[in-house]
Design a protein around this ligand. Structure first.
Ligand SMILES: [Fe+2]
Ligand SMILES: [Fe+2]
Length: 295
């Protein structure tokens, strides 16, 4: 079979309307890197965008934050969501627009979105135990790890379906091998290319690029490892997007040994995270509900 493209660059050359990273994310990132950051500065950026303002207010008032009294001011909502969580929330809003904005076929996009947000939440829970300072990075990396799949779905739906068909027919072949054979690149290649286009931090780009083969990565190992493990655990728990669902009893075969070693996790930690997947799913449901709507 002939590959559709020579590489991911050749594919990107065919697309003229790739999604762009909202400027408010870049502005908030700049503010957050400034020591003297304040909720007021962040509110001022949000307030310049009316759609975003109403969404952030809605989120602060959603069940996710379980408040009794109503939040009416944007500065108050920044405090409710938390200064450190605002950026992750903006990424979640952006991703929701991407998943919600593409033409759906059945419930494909909603299961991909559920998968992404669950991997984000679980990655954050996992990294809290190892390096809490990277919580925000792990969350965003989890949210974006399969962005390449979404782009393939959106721009090459025929090939996307062909990949899904082969995933069923060729149970022994890794997804990335199937994608490489059909498309000439993988969803990890494409995701990393998007991360480069959007000038995302290296750790996020690496987590996207190496989430199926963390052993090949030699930097940002903590973030890369948790996103890889969270991905496999979510799939085994049935929150798999369009990926295969490894049997829970065989889960250690699907988790990279190097990834567990990088964060000093053993089988018992993996079992623990599998056991809290009910909570993760419930949290993901609430978050999806809170960022949804307003369209
Ligand atoms: Fe993936
Ligand atoms: Fe995934």
């Amino acid at each position: 079979m002939e590959k559709k493209f020579t590489d991911v660059g050749a594919f990107l050359d065919t697309v003229s309307d790739l999604p762009v990273l909202p400027s408010n994310i870049q502005k908030i990132t700049d503010i957050m890197s400034d020591e003297s950051k304040s909720a007021e500065d962040i509110s001022a950026v949000i307030a310049t965008d009316q759609g975003l303002t109403s969404k952030v207010l809605k989120i602060a008032n959603s069940a996710f934050y379980g408040r009794v009294s109503q939040v009416v001011k944007i500065s108050e909502s920044v405090v409710v969501i938390g200064l450190l969580n605002i950026k992750s929330m903006l990424y979640a809003i952006f991703m929701e627009q991407l998943y919600g904005g593409a033409k759906d076929d059945g419930n494909m996009l909603s299961s991909m979105w559920m998968h992404s947000i669950s991997v984000a939440i679980l990655s954050q829970r996992m990294i809290e135990k190892v390096n809490p300072g990277e919580k925000d990075t792990a969350y965003t990396a989890g949210l974006l790890h399969d962005i390449g799949e979404l782009i393939i779905f959106k721009y090459e739906p025929g090939y996307f379906n062909e990949i899904l068909g082969e995933l069923k027919n060729e149970q022994m072949l890794p997804r990335t091998t199937i994608e490489e054979t059909i498309m000439g690149f993988t969803h990890s290649d494409l995701g990393a290319a998007m991360a480069r286009k959007w000038s995302l931090p290296r750790a996020i780009k690496n987590a996207i690029f190496f989430h199926h083969n963390p052993v090949d990565c030699d930097s940002d190992k903590t973030v890369v490892s948790v996103v890889h493990m969270a991905d496999v655990i979510c799939c085994a728990s049935g929150i798999s997007g369009t990926d295969r669902k490894p049997a829970v009893k065989d889960i250690m075969k699907f988790i990279s040994k190097e990834a567990t070693e990088n964060v000093k996790f053993g089988k018992s930690e993996i079992q623990y995270y599998l056991s809290i997947m009910g909570d993760i799913r419930a949290e993901a449901d609430k978050l999806i509900e809170s960022v949804k709507g307003g369209r």
